[in-house]
Design a binder for this molecule. Structure first.
Ligand code: PSV
Ligand code: MN
Length: 396
């Protein structure tokens, strides 16, 4: 059947939006990582920040939409951030969000910004302020903050006091953000503490971001919810409040958040994207970041899959006619409205994405390109199989 002009125009618009899509990958996803039971050393896993940047750049080369890499400090600490930035740029990517690490030092046993000890709260704050100054050197405009803070037993600590410490600390951080940057406040309802976590859900992050100001927003890590939580609803609510800063994408199927986004729950990911697309340009400033460190999967391949899953969900969300959807909603057509989403979700967008990639000058199937390329063979030979990477520097 001949396509009408309107349909052709729409497809051109969809394609141009797909080309502009941007998904940041995490440096920690390219090194070894494991569960609390074991870490399996992976052949060719990145051993240091330069190798992580190189792998991230390779993922960008194959997908065309992953042109920045997030750093975790001190895992990616450097004594020359200018050199790091230059290296990334030479490889065709930029340095993205800076993630302070407040969970590895012995002192953080009882928390970081919420710790009952003033000395340790100050240590945590100083580390985050150091991250703010690193942002200036790396050109990063997002401080992505997750706290491991919480308690394991009722009565262990004064929750209200901890909340006040947090508020105080966040305000200092907010005031020290580099120009044109944002503070994204991440929540997680469990782990490493299990009785309570100090930022357990989006509402708590939202409350804190309101107290800080407009440059503070909520970061939704899709793995940080109880099973059954309607994440798309949270997305819609925060978008409407202009308080959604971005995502850490992954799939929560075990007690951290490291599985490939959209594998088990593609409809959920699509649903999330429909809320974003329906909101229009006010969602332009969202940070789309993958937060996955794979334990048994080939790391680069898993990262490519993650990006493809996001592209697929986004492409399907772009196919929805939101005007027709609105009409069905106003008419109270419950299943008619639902069917509009289901039909878009069931559309095979692989040919569309292949076309978009060809137009971008890359291979139409990034996984096939990866399988036929020497990059992985070369890094396996060069780097070997050593217990390093991820969060931990080589030879620990
Ligand atoms: C915590 O589970 C988290 O989601 C935070 O974003 C950390 O920065 C990241 O994982 C890596 O440990
Ligand atoms: Mn996260």
């Amino acid at each position: 059947m001949m396509k009408t002009n309107k349909e052709k125009l729409n497809i051109e618009k969809v394609k141009s939006l797909l080309k502009k899509q941007h998904i940041e990958t995490p440096s920690w996803g390219y090194g070894n990582s494991g569960t609390r039971f074991n870490t399996f050393a992976f052949p060719g896993a990145a051993r240091n920040v330069y190798e992580k940047i190189s792998d991230a750049a390779y993922v960008h080369k194959l997908t065309g939409v992953a042109d920045s890499v997030a750093l975790h400090i001190p895992w990616d600490k450097s004594d020359d951030y200018a050199a790091l930035k230059q290296y990334a740029e030479e490889k065709g990517i930029t340095l993205g969000a800076i993630n302070p690490n407040l969970f590895q030092d012995q002192e953080y046993k009882l928390g970081s910004l919420c710790n009952p000890s003033q000395e340790i709260r100050e240590k945590a704050l100083n580390h985050i302020l150091e991250c703010c100054s690193i942002m200036k050197k790396t050109g990063s405009n997002i401080l992505s903050l997750w706290l491991p803070d919480g308690t394991n037993y009722a009565g262990q600590d004064d929750i209200v006091c901890r909340k006040e410490y947090l508020e105080e600390g966040l305000k200092v951080i907010y005031d020290n953000l580099p120009d044109n940057s944002r503070l994204l406040i991440e929540y997680k309802f469990f782990e490493p503490a299990f009785y309570h976590t100090d930022l357990a859900d989006w509402g708590m992050s939202y409350a804190m971001s309101l107290k800080c100001g407009p440059k503070a927003q909520v970061l939704i890590d899709t793995g940080h919810h109880a099973q059954g939580t309607n994440i798309a609803h949270i997305v819609a609510f925060l978008l409407s409040e202009k308080k959604l800063g971005g995502f850490h994408f992954n799939s929560r199927k075990y007690a951290d958040d490291d599985l490939i986004v959209g594998t088990e729950n593609p409809f959920e990911l699509f649903d999330i994207y429909t809320k974003i697309v329906a909101t229009g340009s006010s969602a332009d400033n969202l940070a789309y970041m993958i937060d996955q460190s794979h334990t048994i999967e080939p790391k680069i391949e898993a990262m490519i899959y993650s990006i493809i899953n996001c592209q697929t969900a986004y492409a399907k969300a772009l196919l929805v006619d939101y005007n027709v959807l609105k009409e069905a909603q106003i008419a109270g057509d419950v299943l008619g409205a639902h069917r509009i989403l289901v039909e878009a979700f069931e559309t095979d967008v692989r040919p569309l994405l292949a076309e978009v990639r060809k137009e971008m000058g890359i291979h139409p199937d990034p996984i096939e390109a990866y399988k036929n390329d020497d990059y992985v063979i070369n890094i396996d030979e060069e780097r070997g199989t050593v217990m390093s990477g991820g969060g931990y520097p080589a030879d620990t």
